[in-house]
Design a protein around this ligand. Structure first.
Ligand code: FES
Length: 98
């Protein structure tokens, strides 16, 4: 099972392949801001993928549209509820933890 490292708290937890990053965070007991039940509507789960992006799912239209409406996005931005975990370890940063 791949590991997910969450910055800036520098916590590493297992993340089930095939789950969303949001689901992995919740399974690890992390408080992930979400107000839309993972439907790419609220933008509260905005994260930056710092490492390991190649094994994660690609950005889809719905996620891309929501990211376009958010402030503070970068080329590393994703919505944790829309990213499916692959086989490799990865590192994310939660802006709301900074
Ligand atoms: S949980 Fe609302 S956009 Fe991801």
């Amino acid at each position: 099972m791949p590991n997910m490292t969450v910055m800036p708290i520098n916590k590493t937890v297992p993340a089930a392949e095939g789950a969303s990053i949001l689901q992995a965070m919740l399974a690890a007991g992390m408080n992930a801001p979400s107000q839309c039940n993972g439907e790419a509507k609220c933008g509260g789960c905005h994260i930056f993928v710092l490492e390991g992006r190649k094994s994660l799912s690609k950005v889809q239209r719905l996620e891309n549209e929501r990211l376009d409406s958010l402030v503070g996005v970068s080329s590393k931005s994703r919505l944790a509820c829309q990213v499916i975990v692959g086989a490799e370890n990865f590192t994310i940063e939660m802006p709301s933890f900074a």
